[in-house]
Write a protein that binds this ligand. Structure first.
Ligand SMILES: *[C@@H]1O[C@H](CO)[C@@H](O)[C@H](O)[C@H]1NC(C)=O
Ligand SMILES: *[C@@H]1O[C@H](CO)[C@@H](O)[C@H](O)[C@H]1NC(C)=O
Length: 374
């Protein structure tokens, strides 16, 4: 309109015929308004019903919104391309990406964030400048305040390349604030649960997908001779998908497999007492670690998470089932001897459970694993 009126004004000044020009301008203006209004209303009313199926409108809204990405635009335009040729336009024009996670198939792939992490975010600034570091490893401990000193010693053996998660089974959380590292750790507090309960609920493979290795440890390990970075180097070097540090032989019965050997970096096979192993490649002679200090690769954990039953409390039997998650198990499960820990066997809820009503905690372990390992 602006351009038209300017040009009509200049024509008017050239000719000097004010009245004619004004009349001409008025007529033209009126004519244009007259044309444009009906055409606008045609567009508004008839396009959605006649040309575009109604769900394409939502695609258009999607496309215009801030969340939409170039991929979403692509998905939209390709689906729109077949609208006119299809006999049932409403269904065909829907976005349906079978490779999306289940339940998210109608989303443009660029809109889907299927995985997460434990990285802390600031509340200000540009999102892409948000993370100063992205730890590649995850260390979790199931803790009570009584083991504060031991956990502090433990965490100090893990570098800044680890995200630290504490599962509190005694409801005491702020008590840990005296440690500087605690301020950036993830604290999850649920009373009187054991570590496999926490692991099942809070370490879903999609949540911990950013971490190459996941440590799921008890609170009573002596770590004087352990360094987490060195441990990771050993695990990578020997291709271990599931591992644990060697255990310094202490009092009581222990498996031969998990005992530290002084002369090796890593071992994967051992000899047990006669008659204990039906097959030298099967637990407890190989393909075996205990559940007090396991370390999983991302891929192994994707499987092991599924093996953990929701009613698994103490984890007994899980050690014998781990081998089902890696192939070949006797080569990818092993014990790291050069970085070793001492099992101090403090009584604790996190790893031992509590006797209730005079019943030992292992009474009531599900029969599931017993049937699995046979
Ligand atoms: C569009 O339809 C044609 C034939 O009807 C088909 O070959 C083509 O794959 C379709 N394109 C999309 C993006 O669905
Ligand atoms: C953390 O990881 C980086 C990159 O892999 C490595 O260069 C660095 O040495 C690691 N930090 C420690 C303390 O090992």
């Amino acid at each position: 309109m602006g351009i038209f009126s300017r040009s009509s004004i200049s024509r008017k000044s050239k000719d000097g015929m004010k009245i004619i020009a004004t009349a001409f301008f008025g007529v033209t203006f009126g004519f244009l308004i007259g044309i444009s209004f009906p055409s606008l209303s045609i567009t508004k009313v008839s396009l959605p019903t006649n040309f575009l199926p109604s769900n394409d409108l939502s695609s258009i809204e999607e496309k215009g919104s801030k969340i939409a990405t170039p991929e979403s635009h692509k998905a939209w335009s390709s689906s729109k391309g077949n609208d006119s040729s299809s006999s049932v336009p409403i269904d065909k024009s829907k976005i349906w990406v079978p490779s999306n996670p289940r339940g998210a198939e109608m989303l443009p792939p660029g809109m889907v964030a299927a995985e997460s992490d434990f990285y802390l975010r600031r509340l200000w600034g540009l999102p892409q400048e948000d993370l100063t570091s992205e730890p590649k490893y995850l260390a979790t401990f199931t803790v009570g305040i009584n083991q504060k000193a031991n956990i502090d010693a433990c965490v100090k053996k893990f570098s800044e390349n680890f995200t630290i998660v504490l599962f509190h089974y005694d409801g005491q959380v702020t008590e840990w604030d005296e440690f500087e590292w605690s301020k950036t750790a993830i604290h999850i507090s649920v009373r009187k649960q054991t570590k496999w309960w926490y692991a099942k609920r809070f370490l879903h493979p999609h949540i911990v997908a950013r971490y190459d290795y996941i440590f799921i440890w008890d609170e009573d390990l002596g770590v004087e001779h352990f360094n987490a970075e060195e441990y990771i180097k050993m695990v990578k070097k020997h291709g271990l998908e599931i591992s644990q540090p060697g255990l310094e032989p202490n009092q009581g019965l222990t498996w031969q497999m998990t005992k530290r050997r002084g002369d090796m970096e890593v071992h994967k096979i051992t000899e047990e007492r006669p008659g204990w192993c039906s097959d030298p490649h099967l637990p407890p002679c190989a393909a075996f670690v205990e559940i007090m200090a396991p370390v999983f690769s991302r891929n192994a954990w994707r499987c092991v998470w599924h093996v953990i039953q929701n009613d698994l409390v103490h984890g007994w039997g899980l050690d014998f089932a781990l081998r089902r998650c890696v192939e070949p198990a006797h080569e990818k499960i092993g014990v790291v001897d050069s970085q070793w820990v001492v099992h101090q066997s403090f009584p604790s809820l996190g790893n031992q459970g509590e006797a209730t009503d005079g019943k030992a905690p292992w009474q009531g372990v599900t029969k599931f694993f017993i049937s699995l390992s046979c």
